[in-house]
Design a protein around this ligand. Structure first.
Ligand SMILES: [Zn+2]
Length: 128
């Protein structure tokens, strides 16, 4: 006799996500509060390593010290810059909890396929 795999076995990334849902909700609420007026409209920032202000590529020196990308003088090398991190809270939370959002999407599609393959159950005629 073959048995159907359990939902946990079929959708392991959703299982991982469900296990951290309460924690993620609290952290997500904190992040929303942080960016709202009550939290001082703060942003999450990330360091951008030095880059060439001429060609905008990460700074990589050639043998002579010039920009490997465009050949400009090292004077075009920027300092490391602190910039707003343009990542959604969902992306940040997924990274923190090691949840693969691409796998979540794949599993969602598989769930829909599974549901569509189920036999249609019609309500009794007395329900209409
Ligand atoms: Zn350059």
């Amino acid at each position: 006799m073959t048995t159907e795999p359990t939902a946990a076995a079929r959708y392991p990334e959703h299982e991982k996500q469900a296990a951290v849902l309460d924690q993620a909700r609290v952290i997500g609420e904190f992040l929303e509060w942080l960016s709202a007026p009550g939290g001082g409209k703060r942003v999450i920032a990330a360091w951008r390593p030095s880059f060439c202000t001429g060609c905008e590529r990460p700074w990589e020196p050639d043998i002579d010290g010039s920009c490997l990308g465009c050949g400009r003088d090292p004077i075009y090398k920027s300092e490391d810059v602190l910039l707003p991190a343009h990542e959604s809270f969902v992306t940040l939370l997924a990274r923190y909890f090691d949840i693969d959002l691409a796998k979540i999407e794949t599993e969602k599609r598989a769930m829909l396929e599974h549901l569509r393959a189920l036999p249609v159950v019609r309500p009794p005629a007395t329900w209409s």
